[in-house]
Design a protein around this ligand. Structure first.
Ligand SMILES: [Zn+2]
Length: 95
């Protein structure tokens, strides 16, 4: 890094690990849900957001909170670059 940005002193990471959106952990395995039309059992495997009911044929759209539990969004970590003030003062920005 010093080679490309000589004035850079060090990196600061606000978060070391990527965190998942929301505090609830991701669900693994199947989930049982009832069909809003016929109350038949829907088995959600997490592959598709639109789940057809095997009893009445209606397509059930999975709600956002359930979909996010099945597919958590990774949050990028913020990072900072700390400059050496003495090195920055040496830089000729007009060059
Ligand atoms: Zn149904």
């Amino acid at each position: 890094m010093k080679k490309g940005v000589p004035a850079a002193d060090f990196f600061v990471n606000e978060q070391i690990h990527d965190k998942l959106k929301g505090s609830e952990p991701a669900i693994s395995g199947g989930i049982a849900l009832t069909c809003p039309k016929c109350a038949g059992a829907l088995i959600i495997d997490g592959k598709d957001r639109l789940v057809p009911c095997k009893y009445c044929g209606v397509n059930v759209y999975l709600p956002d909170d359930l979909w996010l539990r099945l597919h958590p969004v990774e949050v990028k970590s913020r990072w900072y670059l700390v400059y050496d003030k003495k090195e920055v003062e040496k830089i000729d920005f007009d060059k």
